[in-house]
Design a protein around this ligand. Structure first.
Ligand code: VGL
Ligand code: ZN
Length: 196
């Protein structure tokens, strides 16, 4: 059984959003088109409280994209994004959500960020995604969405360690920082991941 994981295709990550990924909108028709090729489609949704400590606005002396230590973990500070219930947190209007059977929300805990759809960045909590996929008989996952160098990458890496045959679909993802994604992509491949 093969599942598609659609990562964070939310307004704030699209052009015009607060943490926009350049040309992020171009992947939506592709994601809509490929969903039919999977036995199961699930999605993740970045879902932060308004005082989330990954937001630069919560640290008066810091600017977006600076890095801090947050309870022992390196944390990049982001513009406010994907605030629970806001328009920016909604899935893109153009995304076809009819086949999405389950949505795994992440990033609700105030003091820890959560890039992967499986675990938070400190591996303190499991979202239940791995167990859900296994209970549904899934052995192979394909990961798409935004952003390639953060939530897609970390979701794909955790999928590998959870024992799934894992691919990142290149044409259905876009990076915040293309250069950084090349390095991360190589690391993913070294860990047994596939790029299609
Ligand atoms: C993401 C940064 C912060 C992502 C989420 O979806 O890639 N990146 N929160
Ligand atoms: Zn976030």
């Amino acid at each position: 059984m093969k599942a598609l994981i659609i990562v964070d295709v939310q307004n704030d990550f699209l052009p015009g959003g607060s943490l926009e990924v350049s040309r992020g909108d171009e992947i939506i028709p592709i994601i809509n088109h490929i969903q039919k090729d999977y036995n199961l489609v699930v999605a993740t949704q970045d879902w932060h409280p308004e005082n989330h400590k990954s937001f630069a606005s919560q640290h008066p002396d810091k600017l977006p994209f600076e890095q801090i230590d947050l309870d022992g973990l390196a944390q990049i500070l982001w513009p406010d994004h994907c605030i629970q219930g806001s328009y920016g947190a909604e899935f893109a209007d153009e995304l076809n959500t009819d086949r999405i059977e389950a949505i795994f929300r992440k990033g609700m805990e105030e003091r820890i960020d959560s890039y992967s759809g499986f675990f938070d960045n400190g591996k303190r909590k499991d979202t239940g995604l791995s167990g859900y996929l296994k209970a549904r008989g899934v052995t192979e996952v394909h990961v798409c969405g935004l952003a390639a160098d953060f939530c897609v990458y970390f979701t794909a890496l955790d999928a590998l360690t959870e024992g799934f045959k894992t691919s990142i679909i290149s044409k259905a993802t876009k990076a915040i920082d293309k250069g950084a994604f090349i390095e991360k992509k190589n690391n993913f491949i070294q860990n047994g991941g596939l790029l299609t």
